[in-house]
Design a protein around this ligand. Sequence first.
Ligand code: BGC
Length: 981
Amino acid sequence: MAEAYELRRGKYAKLDTPESDSGSPLRRSLDDAYRTSSDEEDLDEFDPLNYDAGTLKRKKTRRPRGESLRGQETIPSEKAGTRRRWYCVSRMCVGLTLLFVATVVLLLSVGGIWAWKSVPEDGQSPPWYPSPKGGTDEKWRDSYKKAADLVRQMTLVEKVNVTTGVGWEMEMCVGNTGAVTRLGFPSLCLQDGPIGIRFADNITAFPGGITIGATWNKDLIYKRGRAQAVEARLKGINVLLGPTMGPLGRMPAGGRNWEGFGADPVLQGIAAAQTIKGIQDEGIVATAKHFIGNEQEHFRQSWEWGTPNAISSNIDDRTLHELYAWPFAESIKAGVGSVMCSYNQVNNSYACGNSKLMNGILKDELGFQGFVQSDWLAQRSGVASALAGLDMSMPGDGLRWADGKALWGHQLTKAVLNSSVPMDRLDDMVTRIVAAWYQVGQDDKKKWPAPPEGGPNFSSWTGEKIGLLHPGSDDKTTGVVNKFVDAQGKGEDSHGKLARRVAAEGTVLVKNDGDILPLSRKGWKDAKEGQAKYRVGIFGEDSRLNENGPNNCPDRGCNVGTLAQGWGSGSVDFPYLVSPLQAIYEAFEGVAKVTDWAANKIPKEKEDLLHDQDLCLVFANSDSGEGYMQDAGIRGDRNDLNLQKNGNLLIKKVAEECGNGNGSTVVVIHAVGPVNVEFFVDLPGVKAVLLAHLPGQESGNALVDVLFGDINPSGRLPYTIAKKDEDYGPGSKILYYPNQIVPQQNFSEGLYIDYRYFDKKGIEPRYEFGFGLSYTTFHLSSLLISPKSFKKTLLPAPRPNGIEPPQFDTKVPDPSTALAPEGFQKLSKYIYPYISSVKDIKVGKYPYPPTYNTPPELSPAGGAEGGNPDLYTVVAEVSASLTNTGKVDGDAVVQLYISYPENYVDEETGEPVDFPVKVLRGFEKLHVEGGDKRAEVKFVLTRKDVSYWCTRRGNWVMPTKGSFKISVGFSSRDLPLVGTF
Ligand code: BGC
């Protein structure tokens, strides 16, 4: 069972968080360490077993009575021998104690020096100030105009109200902003997430991001996004907290990789953009998360893992652009309304306080017009994060969960009044939020009526109809909090159908010896005379439901029964879950004799179930999730890539003994990402292997669709499956133990993750990125590369100027306007924008960053959403002919990879530029009927696709000398068509 550190249904266990702002928690913790090591406490009482390494503080405990060292004196005199012994013991004890004390002092000093020495240097992330204003992109012109008109009418406290969450569990959603009811601007409801509506009833539990990534089906990805948004709208949600595109999958064991779409920036970027379009076309603001470098769960957050500061992902500029920021650029190009900054630090500056990332990259270079919201408590400073480009504080609480001590709210009001945060920064924050709201059309009162008709109609905190209205506060007012609106779609539009399709298309067939699959409904192909039915055995716990129901563990934080989602904030409550067991029984009705042993250990007396079969279907899995929970020793990130719960041994046993060694075994794996299959994949009994990822509520039905060939498998691997975990390279390792007081993760492998690393090192994977089998065969021919006439220059055209952002009156209002209205009743811990007294406002000089008033040059790579529009100029079109050479209809995923000119040197400096062997730049999924039917596949390549990021120039550079290799095929290692351009 899961051990939840903090349950997300208002049952947060205590979390050790620092008192201070991020400016000094490190120093403070060091001070604490030194203080507690010598000055203040009685070392006699020091108990090493009670030493809390996490907080670097000793817990004071009293020994139980009678255990006192002085207690020796009370030993009776007739026991003189004993006394002598005691005396010796006592001397020994004193000696030992002294030795112990000396050791402790030594260790603490060494520890202190280590801690001091290992503090990373400041200034590894360059400053970028002031924050660029929103409203510079033509596509947002109208929304900004309307937003500015509204914001100009807002008072200071109304503005602040829009920027700050009201606190954890204060309203119905996981995040809720303050409303400006006077002007008709609502409280915004922000809700997870990437696979459906978290904490809600009557919704769809869609397959995980990794499953949708494995479909490589752009249309399906769009439809899934759109259906999620329909559900969000019906539930009264304004902002969906998804899609996830960071983690990207640098580390195959990364706990949250399953929320995203796969270990490649282009796959991730296209899937993210399609999802965002789907969500926003339906009128919901999408959130591209987590920006950036949140590649592992260990140490992602201050104190969550005992270290006073979060891990720093140290990423060089080129890698940042070509890998980790790429999907965010695609998301912004798709018009995303919100970006969530991540918990971790990047180059030793918190992502939510990093001016280079938010001001420089997101807002200047990528021309982001929406608002940046913090991940939940990822904001670690007040004024500093505002200046660095943060626009919304979520969930509003400050450094600790649910303590009502906001970093913004009244503090932001104060900061504006005392001139720490410039008025125009606040105006920009609010305008960005309001403009995103207009941009998706939420001002349409017919679709979005005001509460009580509109607004969220579900509660994240209770399943009851009537519940507390502000459960996080001391207010006991109740009301109807759940209206149980059915958001799942009906008939042909039922979202369950879509979920089933996604799950089936996201299932990757990697082995199919002797075409054992698809199964026939007519009977076993090797059936003996007179044997009408075939015998099928189902094995493994992963085939059945959790006996306590699929929602038994909070946030799906346990691996019991069949695995259909990972755990954490990215999970949802299943409305139902069709287990493989149930679906297979139904599918074989009248066709086969089905028996099962739905556990991972097959006792001796049940082995007949194994021996008396023609076909064995064996299930195993591998789970992971978000780092605030742990299950079976897995703290978010997986500990390795093996199947869990003895899956390997189960598969081996089944494969060897099925039908007394004559049966055929089909292995089905549900997993959050790549698993190591070496233990079983070559066993002769293993005829087929299906990687079914995380299929969501329609798990069993989707599997049956594939097993029987109702849907011809068309899933392709969105990551590489290695033969050994080490093959992914040193950069693929999770940092499980802190290597410094601020854990450091150097992304020194640069561009070489997943297949790029395997290619560079010439390592043979077990199954390569992009691989997957079908029940039919395809052939590619007639590659045609048509370069477009365009200006062949190293650099893109100069960036366009964009339009003028709205202007506001910068006069700071009178502090008295920020007082709460007379008689205003505050709820405890609720975050308000009001100051308590005008006396609190002391106007002074805020120590702005030195470069605050000398803005850096604008990036030549910027100028519009997604970057300089010239980066998206089409430089070549590529086409090919695809033939289905098999008998049955099927879908092929045709993939295009490019290789940069060989031995390329910078055309100005002559410096060599290193490139991966090849990189994915496009894919198309096509349905082609069997019997030599053909289809034409087309791709376009843009300037950005054939450029690399040059740190020196701060721009994308397109080699103009040498030729590019274009490879088109069915996987990263099966590329039959090759041409140059
Ligand atoms: C997660 C986010 C999520 C937020 C709200 C955080 O712990 O990292 O992805 O959106 O919680 O639930």
